[in-house]
Write a protein that binds this ligand. Sequence first.
Ligand code: 13P
Length: 251
Amino acid sequence: MRARLVAGNWKMHGSLHDNARLLDALKAGLERSDKLTYAVCVPFPYLGQVSAALAGGAIAWGAQDISEHDAGAYTGEVSGAMLKDFGCRFVIVGHSERRGLYAEDDGRVAAKFLAARRVGLTPILCMGETLEQRDRGETQNVVGRQLDAVLAAAGIAALAGAVLAYEPVWAIGTGRNATPQQVQDVHAFIRARLGASDRGLAGNIAILYGGSVKPGNAPELMAMPDVDGGLVGGASLVAKDFIAICAAARR
Ligand code: 13P
């Protein structure tokens, strides 16, 4: 059976006070499961708080970005080794907000993916099209290009054990849902594209869906055959919602 994961992406939300309450509620509501991994990907300044709160428990943690460099004169950047120092297991790479708002191109995303692998972090590689691209029928071109950039830079073997996330930009934070079938179609496309290079790897890799995942739509989305969990934004800040989404994914 493929590994399944639900990861919360807190984005630029939180405070020491609010995080403590949220983490307490998540710890109380999520029991260790051999069917599903849970994680929260938090802002850098809170990694110390989160690692102290979650160490030894059922919930893993990670960051939302990583420098492509290992160390050096890169003001404001955070390296993979630093994330490892704080016990991170995961790091989100190539989120559409990084691609769109901070001009991260496919090459930089691939370099970040490699930086994560060098230090033993599990990258969660995000891919997804804008509404204009979907309307023009370019979804597969865009997602295929984003995937190929990492394959070209890292090689298929580097994808083993990584996590992929399909996040259509038009469904992020908008409340506008991709239908389960739309999601399934893109996930199947991604798996087939990887399968052309390595069938075994493609069959085993976890592909998460992200974009307005809520307790109400999670059961249908998580039931699709090529959906192996979720990358959850807004609903990951509400303990009972995140716990309900995890329950839907724990099948
Ligand atoms: P929302 O769940 O808020 O739509 O965010 C999705 C996302 O971007 C997760 O990385």
